[in-house]
Design a protein around this ligand. Structure first.
Ligand SMILES: O=C(CO)[C@H](O)[C@H](O)COP(=O)(O)O
Length: 222
C-alpha cells in the first residue's frame, strides 16, 4: 500500500549515525527497514534491535547489524507500526503478535516514532480488540481473570491451532464494550498473573508519521 510505504520511508530520515534503533514489526515499518538498508549503503552507520523473529530475518537478509539479545542496554530511537491510534496518541499494537518485544523496545527507546496509514486512526479504542499475550500455563485461569475486567476474549489461532508468539506464548484478543481510561486498563491487565503483556501502548508515541487527506506525509507530535 502506497500510504504505508510513504509513512514508513519517512521515518528512516530520523535515524542518525551511531544510533541504536528499535526495528518494529509489520508491513509499514518494513518500508522503514528497507529505506534504512538503502541509506546504509550510502554510508549510514547504525545498529538495530529487532522486535520479532520476522524483523530479525528481514534485517539480517539486508545486512543490517543487529545487537544480540543479551547486550541491549540503550535504544536511541524506536520505529514501529500500530493497529489503532486514538486522538490522545494511545496505541493498540500486536496485530502481528509481536507486542511483548515491541513494548520492551518502545518503553526503552529515548524517542518512539509510529508509522501508520491514515486508516489506523480511530475515535474510540473500544472498537478494536486488544491483544493480550499470556503464558500457556493455566491460560484458562488467566482468561477468566481477563473476562472479569469486562471483555470478551478470543484465543488467536493460526491454521486451526493456537497462534504461538516468538516467546512461546498465546494471544487472547480482548474486546471491551468501552475503554474509559486506557492507562488504568493497561495496568489492570498487566497485574493479572499469567499475562506477559498487553497491546495498549499509552504515553509512548512521541511522533506519528502518517498521511493527510491530500495524501501528503505529515508528522504529528504531542
Ligand atoms: O503491532 C504490530 C505487530 O505486532 C504492528 O505494528 C501492527 O500490527 C501494524 O502492522 P502494519 O504496519 O502491518 O499495519
Amino acid at each position: 500500500m502506497e500510504s504505508k510505504r510513504l509513512a514508513g520511508e519517512k521515518a528512516a530520515e530520523f535515524v542518525k549515525d551511531g544510533m541504536v534503533v528499535g526495528l518494529g514489526t509489520g508491513s509499514t515499518v518494513y518500508y522503514t527497514i528497507m529505506k534504512l538498508a538503502e541509506r546504509m549503503k550510502q554510508g549510514l552507520v547504525f545498529k538495530g534491535v529487532p522486535t520479532s523473529v520476522e524483523t530479525e530475518k528481514i534485517a539480517a537478509r539486508l545486512g543490517i547489524p543487529l545487537i544480540s539479545k543479551g547486550e541491549i542496554n540503550k535504544i536511541d530511537l524506536g520505529i514501529d507500526g500500530a493497529d489503532a491510534i486514538d486522538p490522545d496518541f494511545v496505541l493498540i499494537k500486536g496485530g502481528g503478535g509481536a507486542l511483548l518485544r515491541e513494548k520492551i523496545v518502545a518503553e526503552a527507546a529515548d524517542q518512539f516514532i509510529v508509522v501508520a496509514d491514515p486508516g489506523k486512526f480511530v475515535p474510540n479504542l473500544a472498537d478494536v480488540e486488544i491483544p493480550v499475550e499470556v503464558i500457556p500455563f493455566a491460560s484458562e485461569l488467566t482468561e477468566k481473570h481477563l473476562k472479569s475486567l469486562g471483555c470478551h476474549t478470543k484465543l488467536r489461532v493460526n491454521n486451526n491451532t493456537a497462534f504461538i508468539t516468538d516467546n512461546g506464548n498465546y494471544i487472547l484478543d480482548c474486546k471491551f464494550e468501552e475503554i474509559k481510561n486506557p492507562k488504568e486498563l493497561e495496568t489492570q491487565i498487566l497485574r493479572i498473573p499469567g499475562v506477559a503483556e498487553n497491546g495498549l501502548f499509552t504515553d509512548m508515541a512521541n511522533k506519528i508519521i502518517t498521511l493527510n487527506a491530500l495524501g501528503e506525509v505529515v508528522i504529528l507530535a504531542k
